[in-house]
Write a protein that binds this ligand. Sequence first.
Ligand code: PEP
Ligand code: MG
Length: 862
Amino acid sequence: MVGLVLVSHSAKLAEGVAELATQMAGPDVRIGAAGGLDEPDGTLGTDATKVLGAIEDVWSADGVLVLMDLGSAVLSAELAVDLLDEDRRGRVLLTEAPLVEGAVAAAVAAGIGERLEVVAAAAHGGLTAKAAHLAPAAGAAEVDAAAAPAPGGSTDHETQPETLRVTVLNRLGLHARPAALLVRAASGFDADVTVADATSGCGPVSARSLNGVATLGARRGDDLVVTATGPQATEALAAIARLAEERFGEPEDLGPQEPEPAQAERVDGRAASSASDAPVPGPGTVLAGVPASPGAAVGPARRLGRGAVQIPDAPTGEPAAEWAALSAALEATAADVLRARASLAGRARARDAAIFDAHLLFLEDEALLAPTRTGVFDRGESAALAWRAAVAAAAQAWDALEDPYQRARAADLRSVGDQVLGHLLGEGPAISTAGPGVLIAPDLSPAQVVGLDRFAIAGVACAYGGPTSHAAILARALGLPAVVGAGAELLAVAEGTLLAVDGDAGTVTVEPAPDAVAAVDRRRQARDSEAAEARAAAGRPAVTRDGEIVRGEANVAGPGEAEAAVVAGADGVGLLRTEFLFLAAAAMPDEDEQAAAYGAVAAALQGRPLTIRTLDAGADKPLPYLPMPSEANPCLGVRGLRLGLARPEQLLCQLRAVLRVAAAHPVRVMFPMVATVDELRRARELVDEARAALATRGVAVPARLEVGIMVEVPSAALVAAKLAPLVDFFSVGTNDLTQYTLAAERGNAGVAALADPLHPAVLQLIDRTAQAAAAAGRGIGVCGEVAGDCLAVPLLLGLGVRELSMNPVVIPAVKQAVRATDAAAARRLAGEALAAESAAAVRELLAAAVPSGPATRRRAGD
Ligand code: PEP
Ligand code: MG
């Protein structure tokens, strides 16, 4: 870690700055204070030998950065470097950075393990954020809070600043979201607007800067003085006055106990509160969410970050090109944020989704852009280096806030900054954490879950999302205990706080008591030994007591999982979610790339059959290289096969790749989201076209390719008898079928209890499909999450299902459940379930039928 030396004429000043920087960056950073002369009377001055001693005290092979105050401090520091051993001299940098801001910025950068050059850049940028904040106020008259006239009190707006005094009424002060509204309002007028907190004496800052306004740290009751100059100064102040009266869009005394609108109701009946108003949950608090992936885990709370990225030493292009790259990265990040906002908007309250407004403002904040511009154009740095230093410097201002909630928003800024870096460096979404523990996040994209380090992450807790969201499915695939829909309070938990995640009960306990931690450990051990028994038998076929063979297959997202599936005892892959293969790609993979990827999965299966589902993008599975126009109801929009038919070239390309692999391996193809017979006919035509195109090129194709469809839209189940002659098999996608049958969005924690695949309405659709399949002599399987639920196994077998495709981790247990089932008894059970009136009644029937069966999972709300 880079060491720091602070050279000042005053020993007290050097020590004081060292103390401040240590508080900001943590005790691990090595900071040497070399202030004053070695005189008993405390004479002011600087001493080269003292500086030399300090450099040696904090020495590390990573180097040392020296910050100085003025005059002889610079000379003493230079002399000290001259006195150093030659081999060390090259690793010491003297910086002209301001002593206080520079030391704090440098300490933070050193603390996160940055290189010497990056630490120096951070120090250098320490002052620019402050300068950017203050610059717009330069032309304004001194803020005289006491004498501030009411808005409209001045008429000469060209020269005279107008001022307004408002009191912050928001319970949690002017935190990120209300501050974002103020910034939006101020930016809408042709006026230079500044804000100062007259109560605390902080500011003024530019009202166009979210970093500036929010890091004023204004609390409830504080008086703000808003000053405006320019043609629309009066209008700007009037708009801000209105906003302040309306508590910047927050209801009066919004508190955690206050009942929220219906949309916010969670399955446990408690009201969710937004991240922006959530208090930090105290020790022992149990946050109730929805079980998403079984198991229990304990560990410190961790947030996603980008970890140590390789920032190029030198810019790759001219400053203008660097700036253009940054602009493109900012735009791409804004698009990500808008997508996340749109996706959350359907699942949470508008206020929760508005958290993302603050993220958007970060992307256009001059407090970040100005220092980045200086770095790129004046210092010739790469855009990535300059941007990272600007974000680090701005985040320190948030870190320094007194209020713990407001302080925690530094994480938001860092995460947005990270997203920009990700685009700038051409990397995927942030997937690393600062250390091992329990990952907490608002929600996770499939790409983020797939990229998680299974050994570092013990469990996952999301504030939003439902148990069939793709994040939850992937968590199960990775065997990661997970809870979703735990509410916004989760996001207020500080990094490092001990959390216990119970993926069976769907709870997250904050700072659990030692006995609760021990209980989690015991459960983990018991589960491990049960699982070991099932694994020992997993390689054998699953045959019911009365001799019916049931295929236990795997849902996978790539060759690695296919290998794991074989180890878990899979009889094949019933669902390859091809969209996950290329989640991190910047462009649609071409035919060769796809053929290679599918070929790798087929090879990993060592001769077992592979069902490749064509791209099922859209709705909750956005692909970076397939930007979709925004839709009011994406789940009902252009997704799955609809998207493939709308872009036939892409589907044809995928079908050619599938056919090429099918020439050498037992492969079949499956179309997602089929709603009508016409769609299926058109898709079959495309299979023929793809075959013909390959034949023309002289590429080998299989004599016959089995074609199937996912039954996940109720219309498909209802016309299954018409579809059956056109397919070789049906695979029921109960995740979507449940969503569409019960009109309960699968990622929405608020309707998670409703979205139960064991509802008789869903079962009747499966039954109808199974009957159509049987009449036409076609195969039928289930590949939705319910196929991996041991409790449901007898019921599905009773309905006629003979292929169960699931997350590989549950294959051993499900095969055991098949072995415990009598097919004839299961048929009677299915008949009773079809006649039941609710999912709860079906579950009671099943529980009674399998009183001491293998581990069963119940869902919240049952
Ligand atoms: C389903 O809908 O049940 C299914 C298996 O498809 P996905 O979860 O990928 O939408
Ligand atoms: Mg589906």
